[in-house]
Design a protein around this ligand. Structure first.
Ligand SMILES: Cc1cc2nc3c(=O)[nH]c(=O)nc-3n(C[C@H](O)[C@H](O)[C@H](O)COP(=O)(O)O)c2cc1C
Ligand SMILES: O=C(O)C(=O)c1ccccc1
Length: 375
C-alpha cells in the first residue's frame, strides 16, 4: 500500500529551493553581497564542510513520545531553539526587510536579533510586530555617544537582550563586493540614523573605527554595559580565550560566530570553534551559534556540540528574498519539521536532551547537494 501524503504543487518547497528562488530574484551584485565571504572564501566553505564531518549515532525503539522542540534563552521562550541573525541592509532583499522577519518570527514563536545597520529603525521593527520578542544588535565602534544613545533606545523599545557584534572593527575583505563596486546606500543601512545624512556603509561599518578617537576593548565595553540592566553577549567569539574574556567583562551568554565567513577569511569553521568554546565555558553561560546553518539537521548538530540556540543568517534572508514574511515563515516551518524528523529518528528525546554522544565523527566525508561547496 502506498501511504505517502501527496503535497499540493504550490506548497512544494524545500530550503534549497527557497535559496534558488531568492538568488534568482536578486540583482547579481546583491546576490553576491548576500552569498559571498571574505578573501578566498575558505572559511565560508569550511562552515559548511564542518557539518558533514559529523554524522548521527542513531538509536531505535526508544519508546519515547514526539520530541519537544521548545527552548529558553536568557528568559525568552522559543518554540524551537532558533533565532534570526542580525542582518543589515535588509531592504535590499525585500521592501519590508526586518519588519517582515519580525512578523514571521512572531508567527513561528521565535526571536529576531534586530540589526543596528538595518533599513528600518528599531522602533519601526518593534511597531511591525509589537507582540514579538526581540534582541537588539549593536556595533561597539565609533563614538561612545552613539553607542549610549542606542543603548537607551534599546531599553525603551522593549528588547530582551543586547547582542554586541565584536568581529567588525572593520569590514571583511570581500572580493565579490569589490569586483562589483557594490556599496550600500544609506537608505538600506541607516534606518536607525535617519538624520545623519551621511550614513553609508563606510560610516556605519568601515572607516569609522579607524577615524574614531575611541579605542574599544573589553574593559571599555564592561564599563559601558554597566549603563544597562539588560543582559548582553558578544557576537563573533571564535576562541576559548575570547569566550572567557567576554565572561570576565560580564557577558550573560557567548555567541560563537565567524560572521558567516564574511569577516576574517582563514578562521576555522564556527562549528569547530563551538567545540573549543563549549569546553571553556563548561555550562556557566548559554551558547548561541551561527555560521553555516542551512537545514534542520545542522541545528541538531550544533545543539549536540553545545549550542543552546542556533541562529540563521543567510537562510532567513533567502526566505525574505523569496517571499517576504511568508517566505521566512516557510523557512521556519521547514526547519521545525526537519528538526522534529531528525530528533524522532535519532531516538534521544527533545532538543534539551542532545549531547555530543548523539554524533559520530566522519572525517573526510564530503557534502553533496545545493548547500554544498558553493553555499
Ligand atoms: C546580508 C548580511 C548582512 C549581515 N549584516 C550583519 C549585521 O548588520 N550585523 C551583524 O552582527 N551581522 C551581520 N551579518 C552576519 C550574520 O548576523 C550572521 O553572523 C551570519 O549570516 C551567519 O552565517 P550564515 O549566513 O551562514 O547563517 C550579516 C550577514 C549577511 C549575510
Ligand atoms: O555584511 C555584513 O556581514 C554586515 O555585517 C553588515 C553590516 C552593516 C550593514 C550591512 C551588513
Amino acid at each position: 500500500m502506498v501511504a505517502f501524503k501527496s503535497v499540493a504543487a504550490p506548497e512544494v518547497a524545500t530550503l534549497p529551493v527557497i535559496r534558488q528562488t531568492a538568488l534568482s530574484r536578486l540583482a547579481p551584485e546583491v546576490a553576491d553581497f548576500l552569498e559571498g565571504g571574505a578573501g578566498d572564501e575558505s572559511t565560508l566553505l569550511a562552515n559548511r564542510s564542518a557539518f558533514s564531518h559529523w554524522g548521527f549515532r542513531q538509536r531505535v525503539m526508544s519508546g519515547l513520545a514526539g520530541p519537544d522542540l521548545s527552548a529558553t534563552f536568557l528568559g525568552i521562550d522559543l518554540a524551537m531553539p532558533v533565532m534570526t541573525a542580525p542582518f543589515g541592509a535588509d531592504g535590499l532583499f525585500h521592501p519590508e526587510g526586518q519588519k517582515a522577519v519580525a512578523r514571521a518570527n512572531r508567527m513561528a514563536g521565535i526571536t529576531s536579533i534586530v540589526p543596528e545597520a538595518g533599513t528600518f529603525g528599531l522602533e519601526e521593527v518593534v511597531q511591525a510586530a509589537p507582540e514579538a520578542t526581540r534582541i537588539a544588535q549593536l556595533h561597539p565602534m565609533g563614538p561612545e555617544k552613539n553607542f549610549l544613545t542606542m543603548l537607551a533606545r534599546i531599553e525603551d523599545a522593549g528588547c530582551a537582550a543586547i547582542c554586541l557584534t565584536v568581529d567588525c572593527p572593520t569590514g571583511g575583505w570581500r572580493e565579490r563586493v569589490l569586483r562589483n563596486s557594490f556599496d550600500l546606500d544609506a537608505r538600506y543601512v541607516g534606518g536607525n540614523y535617519p538624520d545623519s545624512g551621511e550614513t553609508t556603509l563606510i560610516q556605519v561599518f568601515g572607516q569609522l573605527f579607524e577615524r574614531s578617537a575611541t579605542v574599544w576593548s573589553w574593559d571599555r565595553l564592561a564599563s559601558l554595559m554597566s549603563h544597562t540592566r539588560l543582559p548582553w553577549f558578544a557576537k563573533g567569539i571564535m576562541t576559548a580565550d575570547d569566550a572567557l574574556a567576554s565572561e570576565a567583562a560580564g557577558a550573560h551568554a557567548v555567541y560563537v560566530s565567524n560572521h558567516g565567513g564574511r569577516q576574517l577569511d582563514g578562521v576555522p569553521a564556527a562549528l569547530d570553534a563551538l567545540v573549543e568554546v563549549r569546553r571553556a565555558i563548561d555550562g556557566r553561560l548559554p551558547i548561541v551559534f551561527d555560521s553555516g546553518v542551512r537545514r534542520g539537521a545542522d541545528v541538531v548538530k550544533a545543539l549536540a556540540l553545545g549550542a543552546d540556540v542556533a541562529v540563521i543568517g543567510r537562510l532567513a534572508a533567502y526566505g525574505l528574498a523569496a517571499g517576504g514574511q511568508a517566505g521566512v515563515e516557510r523557512v521556519h516551518s521547514l526547519l521545525y519539521d526537519e528538526i522534529r524528523t531528525v530528533l524522532t529518528l535519532l531516538g534521544r528525546g527533545g532538543v534539551r536532551d542532545l549531547t555530543p554522544e548523539v554524533l559520530i565523527p566522519q572525517a573526510g566525508s564530503v557534502l553533496h547537494g545545493v548547500f554544498g561547496a558553493d553555499a
